[in-house]
Structure formats: structure tokens, C-alpha cells
Write a protein that binds this ligand. Sequence first.
Ligand code: 16G
Ligand code: MG
Length: 541
Amino acid sequence: MDLGAITKYSALHAKPSGLILQYGTAGFRTKAEHLDHVMFRMGLLAALRSKQTKSTIGVMVTASHNPEEDNGVKLVDPLGEMLAPSWEEHATCLANAEEQDMQRVLIDISEKEAVNLQQDAFVVVGRDTRPSSEKLSQSVIDGVTVLGGQFHDYGLLTTPQLHYMVYCRNTGGRYGKATLEGYYQKLSKAFVELIKQASCSGDEYRSLKVDCANGIGALKLREMEHYFSQGLSVQLFNDGSKGKLNHLCGADFVKSHQKPPHGMEIKSNERCCSFDGDADRIVYYYYDADGHFHLIDGDKIATLISSFLKELLVEIGESLNIGVVQTAYANGSSTQYLEEVMKVPVYCTKTGVKHLHHKAQEFDIGVYFEANGHGTALFSTAVEMKIKQSEQLEEKKRKAAKMLENIIDLFNQAAGDAISDMLVIEAILALKGLTVQQWDALYTDLPNRQLKVQVADRRVISTTNAERQAVTPPGLQEAINDLVKKYKLSRAFVRPSGTEDVVRVYAEADSQESADHLAHEVSLAVFQLAGGIGERPQPGF
Ligand code: 16G
Ligand code: MG
């Protein structure tokens, strides 16, 4: 380690003294102007992690669905997964070390993790379209190079594309080629092959309106669309040419407001979807003939995908297991439908992709989705083996195995990916001849409401049972239990946010009015028992 150089460069990316940030559910996230030192230091950390794992590490500069003025950074581990938890702690320590302590913290981390500093390091960097992202990604690169690391700057990428690049590079090209061209070709080829097997012809189903949140998704989908245009035509809205990133549009807006994005004209029964600002989330929606808006969220996406995969498995006649992973936010109707109608086992984990991803790896086929539209499907090597052996099978089974092979290629197995999920969904709808209404009609969502409560210190709330029960503060869970009893088909939970300084409240019940009341009453309980600040939560939304 060239300590002199580190000190010199670190001074050029000096930390504002006293600023404390936390490596949260999806990395660091805050106002872009506070992040220069964090970026430099994450470049350093990525180089160390690369030396330790002897693998390529990814760094993505984005703040996803957050406002344009914000930014953020996260590290991507060798197989495209989120950074290992012990390294998240190192990230927090390193980002918060005052200038004069930074070197010592860096040395501590390398010693604790037994990093061989002589080892080579290679880091790949990607960024979203925020005005601040280019300069901040340069600061990451400064950090990598000062530790003697090599880098490749991919420039503008969606978050899942960066995960894909990391995964490709660390699997010797077996997963795919680590270029944008490689990504476009791999997914599009699988998609077009699948679509060819759809029996219903005619192009009327195969067009889709896409709200790109004025973000990177627009640029990348535009680059990609001619690769798959024989199977699907996409019409892009909120492509960044006019509006502001994530402002009144995007998957997060549509899901949390349960209404369509601005800037998109929608006729009844037209199939539409929204990406978030870094294109790792997707939700679908449509207007029915009576002018009612219908949201098709991550839960219904998981249902469509897992039922299709289960059918394929039945056809191939294999005893491979399939599981669906959700979080506490999954609508109760979806869980019930999956378990009772589809007979697919469902598991619940804490919020945050890394938890779901980890659990999904336990199955031959693991489908995971958060209700907010973040998810993918993972396939074990056992599934790939079966496909290889399918050559000897009778024709019908061979066909199903071929379809499964294409589906595997179409899913981004390194991360939830709006583009990849969109193509999977479009392929399944075409293959099954389903309209968006028929898909939506699989089950009816229970009315629900999400609220936020401001408290002095959200860490006073701790939870268990995949965040479905509060352990502290004392009395809170009992209060929630009593409130829930007042309503039918009801459920509620609270959890401290991993990305904002608030406590989140979720409630569902048999009617919107009940869900709204329950959410409000639970908010009041949080306010009273968990140290609420500011104005008491008011009823009405
Ligand atoms: C992050 C997570 C997302 C989760 C959300 C919850 C990743 C890549 N992203 O955006 O999965 O749903 O945080 O936010 O893990 P919250 O803790 O503020 O509710
Ligand atoms: Mg995102």
C-alpha cells in the first residue's frame, strides 16, 4: 500500500467532518454533494475486496428510485450478489472514518480480512443518468487506482447490467459475454426463440408501453429494442428527454401511489409497465373498460412466473423442487393463492434483495419478488443437468425442456432486472395466450395501505419473524395485535426503514377503508410507544 499516495488522493476527496452515513439495504444513499469521499473510499474498498476474493468486483453509482439530487453507491460481489455482510460493516467504518483515521481503518480491514495486498485487483464500474454520477464514478476509479487496481468503466448501465457483467467476468464467459452486446444478444435470442413457440399469432398482443422513469432504462431499452423487435414492440415514455428522473413516474411512484405515471397516454386494456430509475424494478398496470386502474405488482409477477415454471416442470415430469420467496409486504391474497391454489411452497424473508436472493438459492428453482417489483428466478445446476439429459426424452418433454432452457437464459440470474423480467413476462403471456386482464384475475389483492412515521430513533424498533413482529419497544406488538383483531382479513406490521429515517407501517384488510383505519391506528401506536416526533399522525390520505 502506498500510504503517501493514499493520503494525497484522499485529501482531494476529503470527508466533511462529522458526517455519518450507513451502508444500508442497497449501499450508501444521500444527497449527491455529500458523497465524493464515500465514492473514493468505496473504490479503495472494492480494490481490497477484489484482492481478497481474487475476482472482479463491481461498483454501481446510482440512487435507484430516489430523487435526482440524490446519489448512492453499492458494491457487487463476485457472483453478482450484494456485498457480504461483514464487508458492509467495513464499508460503513471506512466511509465514516475522519480524514486522519482513514488509513488506519483501511489497514485494519486488510488485516482482519487477511487481504494479500500484492494480489492484483480488478473493478468494473457503472453509473446511472444522474447529473452527478459521472464525476462520482470518477472518484470511485481514483480509489481503485490508488491501491494499484485495474478497472473497466462501463459508463452508463442499468444496475442489473452491472451485476451481469460482474457475473460473466467471474465465470470465465460461461454465463455470457461481459459486454452490452453480449447482454442484449443473450436475452434477445432466448426471448425470440420462446416467442416463436407461441401458438397464437398476430401482433396485437405484442406491444407494450414502457414508462422508463426518465432514467437509464430508456437508454438501454432503446439500444436493445431492435434485437428483439420481431417478438415485441415497445413504446417508451418518460425517456429522459423532458422530465426529471423518478419525478411523478417510475415503478416506485406507480406502486406507492397506486396510480399511473404522468407523461403516458393509456387507452383501456393496454398493457403498460414502469421501470424504476436504475431499471431493477418493474410493475405492470392497465385501465379496464370502466376506467378503473389496475396495478399488477411484484406478487402477481411472481405468481405468473412460478405457475408457468411449475407447469413446465410437470410436463418434463421432473421432481425438481420450486419455491417462491416473498417479504412481509406480499399481499396476503398472493401468498394464499400460491400456497392453496398453486400448491407452491412460499417463504418469507426480511426486506432487501440480498435476503430473498439468498433464500431462493436453496431451491432447484427459486422465484423471488418483492411486492415493489424487484425480483428474478434462480436455477440450480440440477435443472441444467436435467435439460442436458432431455435429448433422450420424448418430443413433448423435449419441447418443455427447451422452453425451460430459454427461460433460464432470459432471466438475469445475477440480479432482479426490469428488462429481463419484462421479456420473461411478455414471453409467458404470449405462450399462454393470456391478456393482461386474465393475468390480473388470478386473484384479487387485499386492500392495503403503507404509511411512514417519524420517530427520534428508529432503532428502538426491532423485529423478528421476517419483520412481521415487533420485539421492541415493549407493548408495541401487543397493541398491533389488538388493533388487527378489530378488522376482517387483516394484518399489520411495522419496521424501521433501511433507506430512510422513518418507521414504515403496513396494513391490509377486507376493505380499503379498514386498511386505511388500521394503518392509521398502528401509526398512532408507533408514535406513542416508539418516540414519535413532530406532528401526530393524522387520519385521511
Ligand atoms: C432497497 C432494496 C429493496 C427494498 C428497499 C426497502 C435492494 C437492491 N434494494 O431499495 O429491495 O425493498 O430498499 O426500503 O436491496 P426500506 O427499507 O426503506 O423500506
Ligand atoms: Mg432500483
